[in-house]
Design a protein around this ligand. Sequence first.
Ligand code: MG
Length: 385
Amino acid sequence: MIESINTYRLQHTLEESFGFSQWHYDTRNNLIVEIVDDSGAVGWGECYGPAAITQCAIDTFYAPLLMGCDPLKNEALWQHCWRASLDFAMKGPMMGAISGLDMALLDLKGKLLGVSVSELMGGRVRDEVPCYATGMYFRNQPKADLLQTILEEASGYVELGFEALKIKIGKNMLFDKELIVLMRERFPAVRLMADSNHAYDLPEAVEIGTLLAEHDYKWFEEPLSPAHPQRFRQLADKVDIPIATGECEQTRFGFQTLLQTGGVQIAQPDLAYCGGPTEALKIRTVASSLGINCVPHCWGTQLNLASAVHFLASAYVEPGRAEVSEPLLEKDLTPNPMRDEMFAVAIQAENGCVKVPTTPGLGVEPSRTVMEKFCVQKTEKKNGR
Ligand code: MG
C-alpha cells in the first residue's frame, strides 16, 4: 500500500552556461519523486520538464489519488491518473508528472518483486548497451573559438572510448554547415549525429539534411517543429538521412499521430516525460507496428538514465536479424552534478558502453545527504493526511 509520496526539486547553478538552438542553460533543474509503501520500500523516479510545475502537479493533484493504492498495480494506477486529468492534461507538464510517478512505481515494483526493471519490461536481450555522447553545446564565444571548443570536446569523448557523437546544430546556417563539415573531417571513422532542436523551416532542413547525408551522418534529430508532423514526411521525401524525433511528444496516442506520417525513422520518447517507462513500452509497440525503432531521449539524472538503459536492454531491433545494429543509449555528458555526484549507486559508461544493472528496480540509488545539498523545495504527502 502506498504510504507516502515525496518530491525533491533540485537545482544547481552552472559555472559556465551552455546553449543549444533555443536558449542557454545557466542552471540545471531536476524533480525527483519518491514513493514509499507500508513496508518501507522506496521507489525513485524523475520528471523531465518545468520542475516547479511538475512538483505542484504531483503534490496537489496526483499524490492524493495514489495514497493507499497497491504499488504493484502500476498499469491501473497510470490509467487512474490518466482518466483523472484527461479533460485538461492529455499532454504537457501534467504528463511529465505522471511519468515520474510511473518511473518510481516501476522502481518500487521491481524492488518488491526482486527483479530489475528490464525484467519487468520483458527481459534483457543484451547485458550491455553502447552509448553515444551528447554534448558539444554552444558557448558564448566567437565563431572560430566555439568551433575549436566543440572539436576539442568531441576529441575528449573519442579518447574516452565513445564511437558515436551527437552535435548540436541550429545556431545559424553558416555556423551549422561549417561545424558539420569540420566534425566529419576531424572524425572520419566516428558515427556522427546532429540535433537542431526544431530550429529549421522546411527549406533549411532540406539544405542541412542534404549536407548531413553527404557527410555520412547517421541521423538528423528534430529538424522541424513538432507542431507540424506532416512536414516530417515532406522532408523525408527530399533528404537521404534517417529523421529522429519525439522528445517533445507524449503518450502512445501522440506518437501514433507523429509516426503515422511515415517521415520519422527513429522515435525518441523521453521516459521521464512521455508518460513514463510503462507508457514508453506502449509507444515502442506502436512504433514496432510501423517498423520504427525507439531510441529514448535521455536528459536529467541517473534515474532517467537507468530507465533508458533498461528500456534499451529489453528492446528488439526492427526488423531484426542475427547481427543487428545495437541500439544506442543517449549519454548526456554536459555538466550536471545531480547526475554525476548525487547517486550512491550509479551507472557509469566505460569505453562508450554501460552495463545493464541487474539488481531489483532501476538499480541506481540517490544519496539523501547529497540530494539535500541540491534541494530547493521538498513536498511530503502521507496517507490519511
Ligand atoms: Mg534532442
